[in-house]
Design a protein around this ligand. Structure first.
Ligand code: ITT
Ligand code: NA
Length: 217
């Protein structure tokens, strides 16, 4: 359930042929400093609207030295400032490190068994433990977790993905959103084709987690 064709392209590339169908309905997005609750709430609303299994994707660009700005407000900031001006905001920073984060929220109206060993809700700790920089590998870990909303018992399953990188002058014309100003391993995401971006991206990692869970559910 998304208005963003870029997200659909990446999910289609990742998941089995014919398994992805884009649904589009306009629901109010809640505000939160974290992606998880936004995606979870969206998935509940989307499921109630669609009446069939839904996946909602909430994502954002988190600039380290700006305490994670624009983060969950990435869409608003892209529409207002635009990515060139975000690049200008980041230019004077001593440290250009940033990360893309993606949370996928799945809801099909069914309950899920409680996780015996709940994983940390954020992967920030995992990233910190893996050390700074673009070392890739373990620093791009994902976690998943169930989420409960005390105001809404409809269960949602969350899958998170993270990728480290840095803010650079725009390069490339692939991808979407902030891709031209986000460099990972010497290439911007806009310089990668969809397959290559999926292999390293926040969304690719979250989709991998989801696909694995979905297949042996
Ligand atoms: P939906 O909410 O309808 O799914 P959206 O584009 O508004 O679509 P978000 O609320 O998740 O999606 O906003 C995410 C913002 O971050 C938005 O400005 C995107 O362009 C950007 N973004 C998300 N994933 C990205 C990616 O893989 N590469 C570059 N920019 C991305
Ligand atoms: Na969203």
């Amino acid at each position: 359930m998304t208005t963003n064709p870029g997200k659909v392209r990446e999910a289609e590339e990742y998941l089995p042929d014919g398994s992805v169908e884009r649904l589009d309905f306009d629901y109010a997005e809640i505000q939160s400093p974290e992606l998880g609750p936004i995606a979870a709430r969206g998935a509940r609303e989307a499921y109630r609207e669609a009446g069939e299994p839904v996946l909602v994707d909430d994502a954002g660009l988190f600039i380290e030295e700006l305490d994670g700005f624009p983060g969950p407000y990435s869409s608003y900031v892209e529409e207002t400032l635009g990515i060139e001006r975000v690049r200008e905001v980041a230019r004077p920073l001593a440290d250009a490190r940033a990360a893309f984060r993606c949370t996928l929220a799945y809801c099909d109206g069914e309950g899920f068994a409680a996780s015996p060993d709940p994983v940390d809700r954020t992967d920030r700790e995992a990233a910190a433990a893996a050390g700074p920089g673009e070392s890739d590998g373990d620093s791009s870990r994902t976690t998943d977790d169930e989420t409960a909303d005390r105001f809404d018992p409809l269960p949602v399953k969350l899958f998170e993905g993270y990728v480290p990188g840095r803010i650079v002058d725009p390069r490339g014309d692939g991808g979407f959103g902030y891709d031209p100003i986000f460099e990972h391993d010497g290439e911007t995401f806009a310089e990668m084709d969809t397959e290559r971006k999926n292999a390293v991206s926040h969304r690719g990692r979250a989709l991998a987690k989801f696909a694995e869970w979905y297949a042996d559910r």
